[in-house]
Every structure is written in structure tokens, then in C-alpha cells.
Design a protein around this ligand. Structure first.
Ligand code: UDX
Length: 428
């Protein structure tokens, strides 16, 4: 099939990579000149394991091309994916301007009976507006569909190739047929639904996972107060197959480009329709409080005095295997410490370039050991694998005082205590 992908960010680029790898001819539209020139050289503008290999392979074989021209990109396409960003507006509503702009731009070049698939996360009802916008600019018959994306940064390719489910949101048989055929090599249960329900599935899924994390964080907080080990508690809870172990790991709070935005988006959508989604209000506020609690725990480990203290921070990205810093808990934690007069040294395997633009007064080290030199406290924020097996005896020798705040429960408390560290984890 000839496919067009509008927007070459995370979702768009992975979609383009996966479908071109299945042998389809994919044209991806990127209007940012800098990013376009990078992509044309086969360079991915962000860190995602394995993605650049798939992209360069398919570019070389001529199945994947990049353009900034809607005419060139959309002409002759049987399926057009809209994968542009849907950020939060200041009032918490979803900013759909990029989706509407893309709809307007693609419309004049749409071929006969093309299927326009909204992959961007949008509130139910958006498809109607998209259809109206396109309808004003074309006389061709077209179909609107929704296939929400569930990929996680850091494991985007495997999530796209083997998702738990493929949601096919369609309002007619023709679009259903085309999309089932297109996804035939993707492993995962197919769920065919109407367009608006498909969009609700995406919001409800992300909001539920965010809520599950806030729940785990709350159990960690109570466990902390009464001296229980939250890991044992949540293992016992998650083993119930109705609950599940995944997304039940407490930490310094969830971040990223989706959970915070989609929780807000669903809250706002619900209240606009007449339902106050109190559960999500609490999910969001617990998440903020989890980061604030982490800051209080660090302060308390330092005896209440932050000024002049040297803090070693391990991990900056909102999760491992990405260089994404959007809504990363590391940012408020570090900003607070800097504000209170701490000297902060950070290390992250891939996010330091981005962080350098946001954190001006921080020193970036060359590895975990480097930032621990003379540190008063080690703060682990992101659980990169390379932090899990550090030689802690060496770390202790390097540090001024052996204090650890383990924001992701990576380390063994008993082992570190035996080595002479004062250890604080999340609910341990
Ligand atoms: C999420 C959804 O998982 C994905 O389906 C959707 O398409 C996009 O949003 P992503 O934001 O890439 O993916 O990462 P994810 O692995 O979901 O983690 C989000 C945040 O939750 C991270 O900050 C992570 O550290 C945190 N998290 C995750 C926890 O604190 N505890 C957990 O148990 C799991």
C-alpha cells in the first residue's frame, strides 16, 4: 500500500518505520526544516533504541521517504495517518490545532476513497470535526478512522510490532477492511470499534495506568509511615491476576509526554460533558505530591540543610531508554535543590544534551562514579540498567557522606545498610 504519515515525532516515525519495514511505500511529512534534513540523512532526532536502523534500512531500499510537501506526501496514498502532537492548553484542554491544520493541508491532495486515520491522542468527537475540515477542501470520497497508539518510549518498536491490542476505530466496512489488511502482520488482538470509542480507549488506558501508579505511590507512603516493605506488599497485590504487577512500581512520580497530558485531557473532556472526574484529580495531585515528598525525603536525609550540599543525581530522563525530559520528575527535584543552594552534579546516559538546555547551573559528569565524587548525597531518579550494578563500595569511598535516596527502589536496602550507607527508598 501507499501510505502517508503526517508528523514525524515519536508516534509518526515509529509508524512510518514499522509499515515501511512490512513492505509498504511510506511518505512521512515533517515540516520542521532542521528535523527534515536530519531525517533525510537517516538520523532520528531523539533517542529510541533500534529505530534509526529500521529507518535507514527502509530509506535505502526506497520504501521510506521524508518530505515537507503535503502534495508530494499525500498524493496517491490509500491511508493517511495523522500523527501530530496534541499538547495540553493552558486551561487543561487538548490543543487540537495541529490536528486541524494537518487535516486542512492534506485535504486537497487526498485520492479517491482514502482512509484518514487519526493516530494522535484526541478526545472523542474530534473525528467529526476532522471530517468537516477535510470535506470543505475536497470533493473526493474519504473515510475517517482512529487507531490510537500505545507504544512506550524506550520500547517503541517492540510495542508497535507486538502490542497487547490493535484498536481499529471505524464507522464503515471499507475502512475496517483496509485497516485490518494493513495491520495483518502486527501481532496482537484486534478490537474493532467505532471511531469515538477508539479515542476514548486511549484516554481511559493512559489515565488508568497513571491512576495505578498513583495508587502504588500511595501504598508506598503508608508503608513508609508504618515501617512496611512496599515491594513485598505490592508483589502480593500485583500477583492477583485481576490487578497485575505492571505499572505498580512506586517512584518519584510519573512523567513523560502522555500520562500527565492525557490525565488532564480526560478530566477536562469529562467535566465539559458534565462529569467531574474526581479520581483523576486525585491521581494528578498525588503524582505532584509524590515528587514533593521525594524532595522532603532528600532534605531530611541531609539533616534539613541543603545550602552548600553537593548532590549527585543519577538519571534525568522521565524513564530509562529515552532522552525525553518532558514532565520528568528530575527537573522539579533538581530545580528545588539548586534554588536552596545545593551544588548539583548529574549523569544520564543519553539525556544530558537536552538537560543542558534546561538546567543551567548543573554540572554534568562523565559517569555515575564521576558525579559521586565528594557528594553529600546520591539521588537516583531514573532506573537506567547501568545504575543497578554500580560498585557501591567504590561509591561510598568517593562520597563525602554515605547517604542515598533511591527514587526507584533499585538498590537492596539491607546490603547498602551493611556497607554503611544511610538509605532511603520509596516505602521501604
Ligand atoms: C505511556 C503509555 O505506557 C503508552 O501506552 C502510551 O502510548 C504513551 O504513554 P510512556 O510515557 O512512553 O508510555 O512511558 P511509560 O513506560 O508508560 O512510563 C510513564 C511514566 O510512568 C514514567 O515516568 C515511568 O517512570 C512511570 N512509571 C511507570 C512508574 O512510576 N511506575 C510504574 O510502575 C510504571
Amino acid at each position: 500500500m501507499k501510505l502517508t504519515v503526517i508528523g514525524a515525532g515519536y508516534v509518526g516515525l515509529v509508524t512510518a518505520a514499522v509499515f515501511s519495514d512490512f513492505g509498504h511505500a511510506v511518505s512521512a511529512i515533517q515540516i520542521n526544516p532542521l528535523k527534515l534534513s536530519l531525517l533525510r540523512r537517516g538520523e532520528v532526532p531523539f533517542f529510541e533504541p533500534g529505530l534509526s536502523e529500521v529507518i535507514t534500512r527502509n530509506m535505502k531500499d526506497g520504501r521510506l521517504t521524508f518530505t515537507d510537501s503535503y502534495k508530494e506526501g499525500v498524493n496517491g496514498a490509500e491511508v493517511v495517518f495523522i500523527c501530530v502532537g496534541t499538547p495540553s492548553s493552558d486551561d487543561g484542554s487538548v490543543d487540537l490545532s495541529y490536528v486541524y491544520k494537518a487535516s486542512e493541508m492534506l485535504a486537497p491532495f487526498l485520492g479517491k476513497e482514502a482512509v484518514v486515520v487519526v493516530k494522535s491522542t484526541v478526545p472523542p468527537g474530534t473525528a467529526q470535526k476532522v471530517a468537516e475540515i477535510i470535506g470543505q477542501k475536497t470533493k473526493e470520497k474519504f473515510y475517517i478512522a482512529s487507531c490510537p497508539e500505545f507504544l512506550r518510549e524506550g520500547s517503541a518498536l517492540s510495542d508497535s510490532l507486538c502490542p497487547d491490542r490493535i484498536i481499529i476505530g471505524v464507522d464503515c466496512d471499507k475502512a475496517k477492511e483496509v485497516l485490518l489488511e494493513l495491520h495483518k502482520h502486527v501481532n496482537g488482538e484486534r478490537i474493532v470499534t467505532d471511531v469515538a470509542s477508539a479515542q476514548m480507549i486511549k484516554y481511559a488506558s493512559n489515565a488508568f495506568l497513571a491512576m495505578k501508579i498513583s495508587f502504588a505511590n500511595s501504598i508506598a507512603r503508608v508503608s513508609d509511615l508504618v515501617g512496611l516493605d512496599v515491594e513485598a506488599v505490592l508483589k502480593g497485590v500485583g500477583t492477583d491476576s485481576r490487578i497485575g504487577k505492571k505499572f505498580l512500581l512506586p517512584g518519584v512520580g510519573y512523567g513523560g509526554s502522555c500520562f500527565p497530558k492525557d490525565v488532564k485531557g480526560l478530566m477536562r473532556f469529562s467535566s465539559d460533558k458534565g462529569f467531574r472526574f474526581g479520581l483523576l484529580e486525585e491521581t494528578e495531585s498525588l503524582n505532584k505530591d509524590q515528587t514533593a515528598w521525594s524532595i522532603r525525603a532528600i532534605t531530611s536525609l541531609l539533616g534539613g540543610k541543603i545550602r552548600g550540599k553537593r548532590v549527585a543525581v543519577l538519571g534525568l530522563a522521565f524513564k530509562p531508554n529515552t532522552d525525553d525530559l518532558r514532565e520528568a520528575p528530575s527537573l522539579p527535584i533538581i530545580s528545588y535543590l539548586l534554588d536552596k543552594g545545593a551544588v548539583v552534579s548529574c549523569y544520564d546516559p543519553v539525556a544530558m544534551d537536552h538537560a543542558g538546555k534546561l538546567l543551567k547551573k548543573v554540572r554534568f559528569g562523565k559517569d555515575a562514579y564521576d558525579v559521586c565524587k565528594d557528594a553529600d548525597i546520591l539521588v537516583l531518579v531514573t532506573e537506567w540498567n547501568e545504575f543497578k550494578e554500580l560498585t557501591m563500595k567504590r561509591i561510598k569511598k568517593l562520597m563525602k557522606q554515605p547517604l542515598i535516596f533511591d527514587g526507584r527502589n533499585v538498590y537492596d536496602k539491607n546490603h547498602l545498610t551493611e556497607l554503611g550507607f544511610t538509605y532511603k527508598g520509596i516505602g521501604k
